[in-house]
Ligand binder design. Sequence first.
Ligand code: SAJ
Length: 404
Amino acid sequence: MNKIEVCVVGLGYIGLPTALILAANGTKVIGVDKNIEVVTKLKNDEITFDEDGLSQLLVQAKEKGIRFVSECQAAEMYIIAVPTPYVRESKKIDATLLVAAVESVLRVCQDNAIIIIESTVSPGTIEKYIKPLIGKKRVNIAHAPERIIPGRMMVELKCNNRIIGADDDDVAEKVRELYSTFCDGEIIKTSIRNAEMSKVVENTYRDINIAFANELTKICNEAGLDVHEIIKIANMHPRVNILSPGPGVGGHCISVDPWFLVGDYPGLANLILTARRINDSMPEYVLSKARELMELGNIDDYSRVGVYGITYKENVDDIRESPTIQLLESQKNHMAPCLKCYDPMLRKKIIPSQVMDFDEFLREIDIVILMVAHKHIIDNQERIRGKVILDTRNCLSGIPTFHL
Ligand code: SAJ
């Protein structure tokens, strides 16, 4: 029997691991990205972002014959994994990249091909933007929203339960068969609209729960209580599980998807909107806490304050919607010179005030605002002992620190 040929369009944080795991498990895969640099790197056996197990998976996929190209090709199935940002003013989805990707597929695909959209979309997007593109073509659409978490992608690709949204059971079954080649989790079949909504709901749920922890931080601070102690005690109740407060919510998912509901259901998405605002207020809150610490320690030289961690969370090299970048922006809005910052996960300088060497960073600062709990700082905590440390992640346990 001939193997199915799958074309994965968009080789970013989701498309690349998905293309590789499919190929490694025996599917014939063509990986497509319009960015020639990405394609060239992959052809040269280089991965394009850091993730545990990704380079090994690239080797396995290459052995099984995966190909990387920059133009969409004829195939039986397509997986689309392109970014779906939101429009800052209206909060509605910006489907431009998604529409362009589907159009590029429609130009080359065979009759009866299945186009699976993995990109997260606002509920109703497929009906509104994708179905009209198809017109009279005999092409099927499915929605299989990705659910993997950066930092544990390899494990979660294999183990997470998956949702397959399709309006035709034969199509759903074909997609289920494809995903079951690598996914050990349960594969749930539902409608396209249910799949769209459930994915956005998952990330919104997490955003709201992080916002609750962040709001508690502000309340406990005002009350002179240690929020971490309160959360630890409350979480000992069998039905309470409060998340961790922090310097804000970053990443391309949790800080974006709830806006889709706010944009499409203004007036109804009130809790969701409030949660977004609380999480977005955290970088500014960190700055005010750092300012208090400076006053307490009679320090007034801003050039001696350093920010540790630029990525949006620990042990990844992804800076999208990063709370540190929001903090630096907010500082800029107050016309303050950019604070020195350092991140061991970033090999390229992306911020003018970024220091690339840890020793140099330590020499130049007396106050550390710890924004990201990278393993690197936990392993090196003794090296910052003696400095004034604002540990926004509550991740250091062996040395004296201040908390949010
Ligand atoms: N954060 C906190 N406190 C917490 C947990 C997270 O402040 O207790 C912060 C993180 O530091 C980070 C942000 O929230 O800045 C988001 O991080 P995350 O680890 O919670 O999630 P993401 O954005 O990396 O991945 C999420 C996941 N969704 C859910 O857990 C519901 C993942 O499963 C999705 O696949 C991904 O979004 C996506 O692509 O949609």
